[in-house]
Design a protein around this ligand. Structure first.
Ligand code: ATR
Length: 275
């Protein structure tokens, strides 16, 4: 029986694709260790991290609802974790908890893989939650002009101020922004297990608009309604699996010092998604 050396702390944790991805990558490299998902409530997080600190584990991933809450529980934060304001990967070293965020890296790698370059590009980001923070940070540091829209306008305003972005988009400006942007990213949870819903009306992606690519970071289903509409209207589309795989690959590298095979990780995730 393989000993777990890396964990996922999340709530809920049951449907996560991370164990399948990481265990496949470990087996592929012949590393005799396991990755285990644990359902941890917000009240239990501090104690679980303390236990991790004194164990011989490599570390853990954090997912909903722990990413922001964990900031103050770390001994050190990477510059990405500080800029994004959330931790998704913890590395244990000399009984210290080092907090990283690999989400922005994962997102940017997934665009790169699709041949998308964002330097000087105008990109509309939908959403103002934790995922939007990582995506907007990644885009901003790569030289894109980010315009942020959120259903709750106040939240968009706060996030723009925190990340040093231009003013948020109000509802009446969204159509105009979409008509002149190069890319659109959905970071809202709309479409997640609701294949018929899209965060924006289909007509806002009408033919003739200049938006050239659309990314939806939702990966359940892999083709959301937004991506289907975008594909039908001939935009380049990027699904959310690439971000998931690459954020995981970077965490794996931080823990083991070895680069995992990302195709192995993607196939393991796809297999579970298709079950
Ligand atoms: P995460 O950390 O995964 O980003 P979150 O912080 O709960 O999750 O954020 C969810 C995002 O999806 C928010 O931007 C939310 O918008 P509000 O701030 O207005 O709540 C967005 N969202 C969720 N359901 C939505 C819906 N039906 N329509 C539009 N946006 C929605």
């Amino acid at each position: 029986m393989l000993v777990p050396k890396a964990f996922l702390f999340a709530h809920p944790a049951k449907h996560s694709l991370s164990p399948a991805m990481h265990n496949a990558a470990l087996a592929n490299l012949g590393i005799e260790a396991a990755y285990l998902a644990k359902d941890i409530s917000q009240e239990e997080l501090a104690a679980e991290l303390e236990q991790l600190r004194h164990s011989d584990a490599w570390g853990c991933n954090l997912s909903i609802p722990h990413k922001e809450h964990a900031l103050k529980l770390m001994d050190w934060l990477s510059s990405e974790a500080q800029a994004i304001g959330a931790v998704n990967t913890v590395v244990v070293r000399d009984q210290k908890l080092l907090g990283y965020n690999t989400d922005a890296y994962g997102f940017m790698r997934s665009l790169e893989e699709a041949g998308i370059h964002v330097q000087d590009a105008k990109v509309v980001v939908l959403g103002a939650g934790g995922a939007a923070r990582a995506v907007a940070c990644g885009l901003k540091y790569a030289g894109a002009f980010v315009a942020l829209w959120n259903r709750n306008t106040e939240r968009a305003k706060v996030l723009c101020a925190e990340l040093g972005l231009a003013t948020h988009l109000t509802d009446d400006l969204l159509a105009a922004a979409l008509s002149e942007c190069d890319g659109l990213v959905n970071t809202t949870s709309v479409g997640l297990e609701q294949p018929m819903q899209s965060p924006i009306p289909d007509t806002l992606l009408s033919d003739g608009l200049a938006t050239r690519w659309v990314c939806d970071i939702v990966y359940r289903p892999l083709e959301t309604r937004l991506l289907r509409t975008a594909r039908e209207k001939k935009y380049k589309t990027v699904d959310g699996l690439g971000m998931l795989v690459h954020q995981g690959a970077r965490a794996f590298e931080l823990w083991t010092g070895q680069k995992p095979d990302t195709e192995t990780m993607r196939n393991a995730a796809l297999e579970q998604l298709n079950q």
